[in-house]
Design a protein around this ligand. Sequence first.
Ligand SMILES: C[S@@+](CC[C@H](N)C(=O)[O-])C[C@H]1O[C@@H](n2cnc3c(N)ncnc32)[C@H](O)[C@@H]1O
Length: 286
Amino acid sequence: MIGKTTYELIATEDGSWTCYDLEHDQLFHNKAGAYTEALQNYCEPSNALSILIEHSNLKILDACFGLGYNSFVLLNEILKQKDSIQQQSYINILGLETNEASLENIPHILNNERFSYLNQELKTQTVNKFGISHIETNNLEITIEIRQADLRKAVPNLLQSFHLIFHDPFSASKAPHLWTVDLFKHYYRLLIEEKGKLLTYSSAANVRSGLREAGFILFKTKPLGRKNGGTLAATKSNINIDDKIFSLSEEEIIKSISDIPYRDPDFVSTVEQIFQTRQNEIKQKK
Ligand SMILES: C[S@@+](CC[C@H](N)C(=O)[O-])C[C@H]1O[C@@H](n2cnc3c(N)ncnc32)[C@H](O)[C@@H]1O
């Protein structure tokens, strides 16, 4: 759906704000902390600063941009350490989002001491609507494009490549069309093969098996609050987080009946059709 939805701002347990989507009955973030979720599930495991220093550029697809936490926390962390960037470097962020109503809350979200490094550089009134914003500081140029787009229509048509993809839709049980093997295969295609990483908060077995079927190598990220850790999906296995690979019992769950992924080969199935296709596959496997 492309259009307006009604949101209510809610404080999370780490003091940062998130939105509650009244129409879909979904919180944008883990109650334990919106800022902490973006930091632990997306920013820290991305190792973005090392990619930037190594290549002098960093390209990120922020899928389901919402309040922009994943990109803004990452930029804040990079700006905090900007003295370690020796060469002229570039960060390009492409955010995809259907609803401008969530963007209107961004100035409120960023009005928080935690974002002080970003706030020194960014005019928040430029990121509260669809469009392009620029930051230029020392030897770093940052471009943030927030594009009004439905993931299912936009992602299969994207041609540029990315080092990182942040995948952050509502849960798979509510929005299975945004968690399909078919979408994940396009993500794999879009990632720069040697270094590509997709990060998501989800630890669902059928999301993880869908990512594997699309070609990714999986790792888990740190747990937050009462929730399991999320998932880091890499295009190559040369990632130095060996302590976070899955235990044998977790592997058994991923390979069990609950692992059957969602499918939507032509990107037009209804939510009901996607659930039904999965049920049929489960019946065949039993
Ligand atoms: C869990 S929230 C995103 C949280 C976000 N990353 C943040 O930091 O605030 C999910 C977002 O996905 C958006 N969305 C829902 N369906 C979408 C679609 N088909 N394509 C792109 N965005 C979508 C919603 O409007 C909402 O902003």
